[in-house]
Design a protein around this ligand. Structure first.
Ligand code: FES
Length: 102
């Protein structure tokens, strides 16, 4: 595992979704209020870019832009079938920097 400094907290305003590169991986980073979430950017269904999906902030869900599967940001599982899950990554803030572990 490697820690990647992906930017300052101010680079990720509340409600933002962005794809970042961490080595060979493309990871979708979401900020909802003061919490950060990081998951593999490619939807396991057909590979859509999840950072382009709609974030339903109140339910902590990202809705895939292609076929509208709802993924829970809290634990990465699919809302309709918890046996399916996104790969999640540790992400945290340290001294105003956002750090992703991948
Ligand atoms: S590609 Fe995401 S739901 Fe189909």
């Amino acid at each position: 595992m490697t820690e990647f400094v992906i930017g300052a907290v101010a680079d990720f305003p509340d409600g933002c979704s962005t794809a970042v590169q961490a080595g060979k991986r493309t990871i979708a980073v979401f900020r909802v209020k003061d919490e950060f979430y990081a998951v593999n950017n490619a939807c396991p269904h057909k590979g859509a870019s999840l950072c382009e999906g709609e974030v339903v902030a109140g339910e902590l869900i990202v809705r895939c832009p292609w076929h509208h599967w709802n993924w829970k940001l809290s634990d990465g599982t699919l809302e309709a079938d918890s046996r399916q899950a996104l790969r999640r990554y540790q992400i945290f803030v340290q001294q105003n920097e956002v750090i992703l572990v991948a």
